[in-house]
Design a protein around this ligand. Structure first.
Ligand SMILES: *[C@@H]1O[C@H](CO)[C@@H](O)[C@H](O)[C@H]1NC(C)=O
Ligand SMILES: *[C@@H]1O[C@H](CO)[C@@H](O)[C@H](O)[C@H]1NC(C)=O
Ligand SMILES: *[C@@H]1O[C@H](CO)[C@@H](O)[C@H](O)[C@H]1NC(C)=O
Ligand SMILES: *[C@@H]1O[C@H](CO)[C@@H](O)[C@H](O)[C@H]1NC(C)=O
Ligand SMILES: *[C@@H]1O[C@H](CO)[C@@H](O)[C@H](O)[C@H]1NC(C)=O
Length: 945
């Protein structure tokens, strides 16, 4: 590797001579000195596009020259490799007008290397690098600068006030997200051309200088958020008439809010949240007619919600959460007919929910919880068909939950807990097909738990109510369930064995009911943690659960001294019942066995078109054919075994070879399960993608279930990488293509399918290779579809070593988990082995500071050519971004696949930096990027371009 780069430098030097001799033909200041300066920097030739020995430096990557052959522009943005600022001798580059080194992992302890000779420089972008030290005075010589961006570095010290005197042409100044201290220089008031000033995310103290208001001619965009500013918002702010976006959030500013703010007619985006304002809200806010976003949360505002806010008809987001606002919710808010997100939670609002809110037809996010609201849920609210998130928790609401809740068909999150709702839970709630979280605890709901027809729950909490009857068997079909709480009700009967199907379950509380009988063995198995609670029932643990459970006390057979009257009584009832159940089960087993034996022989005779035949596979393959082709699943035909079952190769009568995945689990006799299985499979059957293993069909037989896939000649990527001979066949180009293929498949499943499908178990085991060594993702949907073999239960779907870190402590299963696993597989493909502890090294370093060195590459392959190196760097950089421990910082698969599509050889990787900011402007399409159960509108991002 060293030898390689040495020879590159030699050839680069030769190139410099050639280039300079060529350049000397053109009359110019001193292009050869420029070329030498560029070469000696080491920035070209080593990491970026190789220097072409016979071409002038004007053709090198990122360089633009003027007619005289002098460099006017350098743009190396997005190159992740570490450049040293001091290595480029800027004093030779006298014609330089534009320098863009954004995201280059640029090192340097000071900017003094940018000397005053750069007198023509107008554009300087050094953002998202590793620069430290002070923002030195030499910058003040750059009097022509119109744009200066040093955001996202580690610069420190105070902001030089000279900038305000010398950089008179600045229109754009971004000093955000550094370590600057001290005050905002009042000299900034002289930067009269400034339209954009960002100093957010530093440790700036002192007041907002009133001189900033002198920028009244131009300033459109002001962000001073995340500092330690104190004092008032100057009332002169009313003169900054061009202001479009004002961000002062997370400072130490105090009230009152100047009424003059109301005269800023262009203001579109205001975030002054998280300050100790401790004052009332001026009604003049209602004059900000252009306002799209208004964030006023967590700022100690008291008094009433101004009625005038109802005039802000362009508002899409209003956040007043966690203040001390009192009084009624003004009915005028019903006029906010563009509002998408409305948060009034965490205040002291009382009175009824105004029915006028039923006019907010665009609202998707409505949070009124933690107030003192009373009355019942207005019928009008049931017209909000776009609603995805509704929380009315912790109020004093009464009455029944209206059956018309069925209308809220987009609802994903519903929290009505800690109120005084009573009556039955309407069965219509079971029709909400998108509902993932339902929290109804601490109410007075009674009657039976309804059947949830679609049951897409991840989180269901019905605890602390008066539900009676048995736990519905159908809950066992909710196989996405992670958190299930039914405790402190009046539920009786035994725990349905079907709950064993909830393999994702991480929390189960059935305590304080009247349950009896045995605990299903599988639940016992899952119940390793204290997060499973069966206490205070009449359950029998003696024969089933042999483990040391902590949460089973208060059941009949435990604590001999505690056997109360009631428990004894239950025992008298339970004993005969369980005896007769045992006999019934025995009888059933006998009957089933005989039926099975009969069907087995019938099945062998059945062909074409009967209920058990393989669906959708040319219409002419039957159970019998598969049985025959695999010689009744003879081990000789077995080509692999996984969590869900064994895979067999079957040559069909028509000569075609298919892979048959035989599932261990027998669920087919359950009608409902069979139906949901079929629905899911039908979705998968319709997926056509170049890089997804085609599912041809499946067989649903009452004693066996199998899936039929396209056959992949070269087995799994995992095996290929571990076999030296195979690994060498996978050369660099093939490996890059494999990673691309996986990215395309995931992007398609996440973003182009009618329902986004998360794989959940991306690992090199699930990437299969065809005869041309092209990658195919296998088992899409399987994690969601199937129950793992009960002897092989894992609480998490997924393979150890590929699971996103957040899954260990949150319940968030979403696309970003696949993105993480993709990152692992991409690295593994390049390294030839699982990245192991490299993952934890990457996780602990900051996203902007990571580099994966080429030294990790698989040493069994020859050193990549320069062109291959570009592609490999792209893969490594993307993988590194995908492996961010913060899932918000991970790119989407769409972004990754676009990077692959746009980068042709010469990679220019756009950085995936925090993108959670709501940009000013109207937004039609908000997305909640946080876990649904922690959703707050801090988590909303705008998806509009
Ligand atoms: C602000 O505007 C008012 C008139 O609206 C004017 O009298 C005042 O001088 C202006 N202040 C500054 C600092 O420009
Ligand atoms: C905010 O201001 C208060 C009172 O002026 C002070 O006690 C507190 O330390 C300040 N907080 C910060 C983070 O500067
Ligand atoms: C409100 O939004 C609409 C559509 O975006 C726009 O045409 C209109 O000018 C806006 N109104 C104001 C007062 O900004
Ligand atoms: C603004 O709202 C107030 C109170 O709701 C109302 O009286 C006033 O007419 C509104 N102004 C405009 C311009 O709509
Ligand atoms: C269950 O609760 C409902 C409503 O309170 C009641 O009518 C019914 O009798 C109860 N059933 C049982 C079995 O306790």
């Amino acid at each position: 590797m060293c030898m390689m780069s040495f020879s590159v430098i030699i050839s680069a030097l030769v190139c410099a001579l050639v280039a300079s001799s060529m350049a000397s033909d053109i009359k110019s200041a001193n292009p050869s000195a420029e070329a030498r300066a560029l070469l000696e920097s080491g920035w070209w030739g080593k990491y970026s596009t190789p220097v072409n020995t016979y071409q002038s430096h004007c053709t090198w990557q990122g360089i633009i020259c003027n007619g005289a052959g002098s460099v006017t522009s350098i743009d190396l943005s997005g190159l992740y490799v570490g450049l040293e600022l001091r290595n480029l001798n800027f004093s030779s580059l006298t014609s330089l007008e534009s320098l863009n080194l954004r995201s280059c992992s640029l090192n340097g302890s000071s900017l003094s290397y940018l000397t005053g000779t750069l007198a023509r420089l107008t554009y300087l972008d050094l953002s998202q690098n590793l620069l430290t030290g002070q923002l030195l005075i030499s910058l003040t010589n750059l009097t022509q600068l119109t744009r200066l961006d040093v955001s996202d570095n580690y610069l420190s010290g105070s902001i030089p006030s000279q900038m305000g005197y010398y950089l008179k042409n600045l229109a754009f100044l971004d000093l955000g997200r550094n370590n600057f201290v001290g005050q905002i220089p009042s000299s900034f008031g002289s930067l009269i051309r400034l339209t954009h000033l960002h100093i957010d995310g530093n440790a700036i103290t002192g007041p907002i200088p009133t001189t900033l208001v002198l920028l009244n001619g131009s300033l459109a965009n002001l962000d001073l958020g995340d500092n330690q500013l104190k004092g008032l918002i100057p009332f002169e702010i009313g003169n900054m008439t061009k202001l479009v976006s004002l961000v002062l959030r997370r400072n130490n500013l105090t009230g009152p809010i100047p009424a003059t703010l109301g005269s800023l007619a262009k203001l579109n985006y205001v975030d002054i949240s998280s300050n100790p304002f401790n004052c009332t809200l001026p009604s003049e806010l209602g004059s900000l007619k252009s306002l799209g976003v208004l964030r006023l949360s967590r700022s100690l505002f008291y008094g009433s919600v101004p009625r005038t806010l109802g005039n802000l008809t362009n508002l899409t987001l209003l956040d007043l959460a966690y203040n001390q606002l009192q009084g009624f919710i003004p009915p005028e808010l019903g006029s906010l007919n563009n509002i998408v997100s409305l948060s009034l939670n965490g205040n002291r609002l009382y009175g009824p929910i105004p029915p006028s809110l039923g006019r907010l037809l665009k609202v998707t996010y409505l949070e009124l919880g933690r107030n003192k609201l009373n009355g019942s849920i207005p019928q009008a609210l049931m017209q909000l068909t776009k609603l995805k998130f509704l929380s009315l928790t912790s109020n004093k609401l009464v009455g029944a939950i209206p059956p018309s809740i069925e209308n809220l068909s987009s609802l994903n999150f519903l929290n009505l807990s800690s109120n005084q709702f009573d009556g039955l839970l309407p069965p219509e709630i079971g029709m909400l097909s998108n509902l993932r979280t339902l929290i109804l605890h601490t109410n007075q709901l009674s009657g039976y738990i309804p059947v949830f027809r679609y049951c897409n729950f991840q989180y269901l909490d019905l605890s602390k109510n008066q539900f009676n009857g048995t736990i519905p068997d159908a809950l066992g079909l909710c196989n996405s369930m992670i958190h299930l709480a039914l405790d402190s009700n009046k539920l009786s009967g035994s725990i349905p064995k079907k709950l064993e199907n909830l393999t994702q379950l991480q929390f189960l509380n059935l305590s304080s009911n009247e349950l009896y009988g045995t605990v299903p063995a599988c639940l016992c198995y899952l119940c390793q943690e204290s997060s499973f609670d069966f206490s205070h029932n009449a359950l029998d643990f003696v024969n089933t659960c042999q483990k040391n459970f902590t949460n089973i006390q208060g059941n009949s057979e435990l604590g001999e001294h505690k056997k109360g009257k009631k428990n004894l009584k239950t025992l008298y009832i339970v004993l005969p019942i369980s005896l007769s159940i045992t006999f019934a089960v025995l009888a059933l087993v006998l009957i089933c066995w005989r039926r099975f034996a009969r069907n087995q022989s019938e099945g062998l005779d059945m062909k074409n078109g009967d209920v058990f035949s393989v669906w959708n596979f040319d219409g002419n393959i039957a159970y019998k054919d598969i049985i025959k082709a695999t010689n009744e699943f003879d081990l000789r035909y077995c080509i692999g075994t996984g969590g869900y079952g064994s895979v067999y190769a079957a040559r069909l009568p028509n000569g075609k070879v298919v892979a048959v995945k035989k599932l261990h689990r027998i669920e087919a006799e359950d009608q409902a399960f069979g139906k949901s299985f079929r629905n899911e499979v039908e979705v998968l059957l319709n997926i056509m993608h170049k890089n997804i293993v085609k599912l041809h069909g499946f067989c649903l037989h009452n004693q066996c279930m199998f899936l039929i896939y396209e056959y992949m000649e070269n087995g799994s990527l995992f095996c290929a990488l571990r076999d030296d001979a195979e690994a060498i066949k996978l050369d660099w180009n093939k490996r890059v293509d494999i990673v691309k293929g996986i990215a395309m498949a995931l992007s398609y499943m996440h973003h182009d399918c009618p329902l986004p499908l998360v794989h959940r178990d991306i690992s090199s085991n699930n990437i299969l290779l065809n005869s041309k060594l092209e990658a195919f993702v296998a088992d899409f949907g399987a994690a969601r579809l199937l129950c793992p073999d009960s002897s092989n239960q894992t609480i998490l779907a997924g393979t150890c070593g590929y699971i996103a870190p957040e899954l260990a402590y949150t319940m968030q299963i979403n696309e970003k988990c696949d993105v993480y696993s993709f990152g692992v597989v991409a690295l593994e493909t390049m390294m030839g082995r699982h990245p192991g502890e490299l993952l934890s090294t990457l996780e602990s370093s900051q996203p902007a500071r990571r580099n994966i060195s080429l030294e990790v590459l698989d040493s069994r392959l020859p050193h990549p050519t320069n062109e291959q190196e570009q592609d490999i760097l792209l893969v490594l950089n993307l993988a590194s971004a995908c492996l961010s421990s913060d899932q918000k910082l991970r790119p989407t698969m769409l972004a990754v696949s676009r990077e692959f599509l746009t980068a042709k050889g010469h990679s220019s990787v756009t950085r995936f930096v925090k993108n959670t900011e709501n940009s000013p402007g109207q937004c039609d399409n908000w997305e909640n990027i946080c876990s649904e159960s922690v959703a707050s509108n801090e988590c909303l991002i705008c998806l509009d371009e």
